[in-house]
Design a protein around this ligand. Structure first.
Ligand code: 13P
Length: 285
């Protein structure tokens, strides 16, 4: 947990002053370094999110990020993204995340509320913030009894959002407003009217998942409508991987990872710069 900056205070500042905190899923440490260096250059608060626990546990990511960002003069927070179970959230809270997302949006509302409340009580006692989700990420494949279905009813219902927030006092709420993960397969369509309705009812930080592929103007309109945390994964990974591949391809017969890390990080930073500009967060740290 960040010992110099308070997550909820920084979040409130973003909400009150109509900018968003750029939030990136991280997959490796060089990518995370590129994000933090770029954020320090533009003096923005930053959220680094862990979703990939295939090779490392949360505590490994956290200790690297905390020790690297301790030398930077900006708030860098660590967030657990899309944890589907209460147990995983508790592991994340114990490991020291500044915030965790309990993603029970595939459950019935009452079940979603019950899980969110359990995580929130555990998190409150340990100073961690909680994000929950109402509505669905469009075209998100969710597991139902062992199979996968596409959700057509992705749009958040305002009364559900109010019910969940009243019952749990969650710190951040992710909303389904037409946003989707990965690059958009069709022209993106964000339901600003629904976003406004939810934000008017709640007046709290809302989260936009699926930033990649959304035009800058659309994201900025969403920020005006109450989006305070903007999640990005695919866009960064694509820039980073393309930068790395281009460098490896130039090396001929014996490509070496070492020579490809700087080009990958430079390409990644271009993407981070774009999102800082889009989130209007430069100079806010
Ligand atoms: P994208 O990969 O579409 O940017 O979505 C990231 C995200 O929302 C992570 O929670």
């Amino acid at each position: 947990m960040n010992s110099r900056f308070n997550f909820k205070e920084v979040l409130k500042d973003a909400h009150d002053n109509h900018y968003a905190i750029p939030s990136f899923d991280i997959f490796d440490m060089h990518g995370a370094k590129a994000m933090m260096d770029c954020a320090a250059e533009y003096k923005t608060p930053l959220i680094l999110m862990c979703i990939a626990f295939n090779h490392f546990r949360p505590k490994h990511f956290i200790s690297f990020i905390e020790s690297y960002s301790a030398d930077l003069d900006i708030p860098v927070f660590v967030h657990m993204d899309h944890a589907r179970t209460v147990e995983l959230c508790k592991e994340g809270i114990d490991a020291g995340f500044d915030s965790v997302m309990i993603d029970a949006s595939a459950d019935e509302l009452n079940e979603n509320i019950a899980k969110t409340l359990e995580v929130k009580k555990y998190a409150d006692a340990r100073g961690c913030a909680v994000e929950s989700e109402v509505g669905h990420i469009k075209n998100g494949k969710i597991t139902v009894e062992g199979g996968y279905v596409d959700r057509e009813d992705f749009l958040v219902h305002t009364e559900d959002a109010v019910k969940l927030v009243d019952a749990t006092h969650v710190d951040l709420l992710a909303v389904g407003i037409g946003n989707q993960h990965g690059f958009y397969v069709e022209e993106p369509h964000i339901h600003f009217d629904r976003l406004k309705e939810v934000h008017d009812a709640l007046n709290m930080p809302l989260v936009m998942h699926g930033g990649s592929g959304l035009p800058k103007e659309m994201v900025q309109e969403s920020i005006k409508g109450g989006i305070t945390k903007c999640n990005v994964a695919t866009d960064f990974v694509t820039h980073y991987t393309d930068g790395m591949l281009a460098a490896l391809n130039k090396m001929g017969e014996h490509p070496m990872l070492l020579g490809a890390l700087d080009p990958a990080m430079e390409a990644g930073k271009e993407c981070v710069k774009h999102w800082i500009d889009t989130c209007m967060s430069a100079g806010k740290a």
